[in-house]
Design a protein around this ligand. Structure first.
Ligand code: PRP
Length: 213
């Protein structure tokens, strides 16, 4: 039997996704060793293997078929814009993609003035400002601690993930507009969806059933 390969976004999401796989009888004991530097883990009996990748690389592995299935946040999937099927909302890692900034920046958003936007998600930000708001925006790409940008004057607003809202609050910022809700999604390679249809749909159905409980 050919291995079914699953790419998981490294970190909290991978741990929670593995718990869900365990609940449907797909476990991978090897993966639980926290000290291990191993990157790929197999359940020989079930012919399934998992690997951990940087979140932004998960859609790439899936589009090229190096992984049949991927688990990643909707933020990453939207940002990467890869050709793949999004088949399931795992209902974990719920948060929101938002335009945030100091209260005073709200006016700038209303009047469609040129605005500078710092973000780790340039494609999502560009699409939102150009195609949904018809506002000219200069998108400035950053790699982390995005909340700093409006505080030190790099940009007027940011586009970023808001979960509890505490990072914003502690830095005197607020949600100005909501772009979309986010959560972890399962994505599938377009060819695998045909060639491995039975095995993949069996997993999806089982995961859906545990979600309903
Ligand atoms: C994310 C996000 C926000 C924060 C939101 O950052 O970019 O900064 O979490 O969470 P909260 O609403 O619960 O405060 P992350 O910790 O991933 O690090 P980063 O700043 O390097 O992006």
């Amino acid at each position: 039997m050919r291995y079914l390969t699953v790419a998981l976004a490294k970190g909290r999401l991978a741990a929670r996704a593995m718990e869900m796989f365990e609940q449907i009888g797909i476990s991978c004991e090897e993966m639980k060793d926290k000290d291990s530097r191993k990157l790929i883990f197999a359940n020989e009996e079930l012919g399934i293997r998992f690997f951990l990748a940087k979140a932004t690389d998960v859609p790439t592995y899936v589009e090229y078929g190096a992984a049949d299935i991927g688990i990643a946040g909707r933020d990453t999937i939207l940002e990467e814009g890869r050709k793949l099927y999004e088949v399931m909302d795992l209902g974990i890692g719920r948060c929101r993609m938002c335009v945030c900034g100091p209260e005073s920046a709200g006016e700038r958003l209303k009047h469609h003035e040129l605005i500078r936007v710092a973000t780790k998600y340039p494609n999502i930000a560009r699409d939102y400002f150009h195609n949904r708001k018809y506002q000219t925006a200069e998108i400035i790409r950053l790699n982390g601690s995005i909340e700093l940008a409006p505080i030190v004057g790099l940009s007027e607003v940011i586009v970023d993930i808001v979960e509890t809202g505490s990072t914003l609050r502690e830095n005197g910022l607020t949600v100005l507009e909501e772009i979309c809700p986010l959560s972890a999604r399962m994505v599938v390679n377009q060819v695998s969806m045909k060639t491995e249809h039975e095995r993949i749909t069996k997993i999806i159905r089982a995961l859906e059933r545990t979600g309903e409980k």
